[in-house]
Design a protein around this ligand. Structure first.
Ligand SMILES: C[S@@+](CC[C@H](N)C(=O)[O-])C[C@H]1O[C@@H](n2cnc3c(N)ncnc32)[C@H](O)[C@@H]1O
Length: 256
């Protein structure tokens, strides 16, 4: 089982609805606009969400909008936290159980790094989509924590991001080209925050790093992690903390 790095907020203890991180709200709004690509919502649906997981990233992008569609994931559907009115199907994006041009838009958030055959998968998504395909992939190489002006915890962060592909932009471009798709628009969303409090993005990213390094893979002793975490908290309390990360956003279209 790969550990699936994601920026989606965790489900709150006690079952409360997950709250979209305020730091990402503008980013998600921009993704919604890119998915529409100048069309009205009713012209952009149905939408295919590839590697939908529990639907949280999809909810963050489409919540409160008239978009609807289908989420697919190789994993068995679990507790759905995505937008209401969408269906969820267990399927591999490399062989989708849909007719040609069944969808008007497709998106894929933090899945590209897990694809075994990216070009074949993009080609298959393009087969079932008559419209733009929005690819969003966090560039984990760009995850960076800073305290008092200096980068800290590089080795811990590297242990968390190990295996993430480098040169993401050119990989996406290459796979798209092989699949006969053109890149309409490609950009890097840079996200930076100085907040480290419960329910903030940095807090939740640090929680997932701890869960993976200390509990799931047991590579790092809890004490070592917690000392680093405390150093970051001290810096944050003094207004001397920054977390940076970046996401590659690419809008693919059938090549003319
Ligand atoms: C990091 S999670 C991202 C989930 C969600 N999109 C998000 O951003 O929170 C990656 C998801 O992609 C799914 N996945 C990986 N390869 C896939 C494939 N070939 N077809 C469909 N789903 C796939 C995994 O099962 C996992 O749920």
């Amino acid at each position: 089982m790969p550990h699936h790095r994601t920026l989606a907020p965790p489900e709150r203890r006690g079952g409360g609805a997950p709250v979209i991180h305020a730091e990402l709200q503008r980013h998600y709004d921009a993704l919604y606009d890119q998915l529409l690509n100048g069309r009205r919502p009713r012209e952009a649906r149905p939408v295919l969400d590839v590697g939908t997981g529990d639907g949280l990233a999809l909810a963050a992008i489409t919540q409160g909008s008239p978009l609807h569609g289908v989420g697919v994931d190789t994993a068995e559907p679990g507790h759905w936290l995505g937008p209401v009115g969408w269906s969820v199907i267990q399927a591999d994006a490399q062989r989708l159980p849909f007719d040609d041009q069944s969808f008007k838009s497709a998106l894929m958030v933090d899945v590209f790094e897990w694809l075994r055959h990216p070009a074949a998968t993009l080609g298959e998504i393009a087969r079932v989509t008559d419209g733009p395909i929005l690819i969003v992939q966090t560039d984990w190489e760009g995850l960076w924590f800073q305290a008092d002006k200096a980068e800290v915890g590089r080795d811990l962060v590297r242990a968390f991001t190990r295996g993430a592909p480098d040169q993401l932009r050119s990989r996406i471009r290459g796979a798209a080209g092989e699949a006969g798709l053109a890149i309409g628009e490609s950009s890097v969303a840079a996200i930076s925050t100085d907040q480290l409090k419960p329910n903030t993005l940095a807090w939740d990213v640090l929680e997932s790093i701890r869960r993976y390094l200390v509990l799931e893979s047991a590579q790092i002793r809890a004490r070592r992690f917690d000392e680093w975490r405390a150093e970051l908290q001290r810096a944050a309390d003094e207004g001397q903390f920054t977390m940076l990360l970046r996401r590659i956003v690419a809008l693919l279209e059938a090549a003319a």
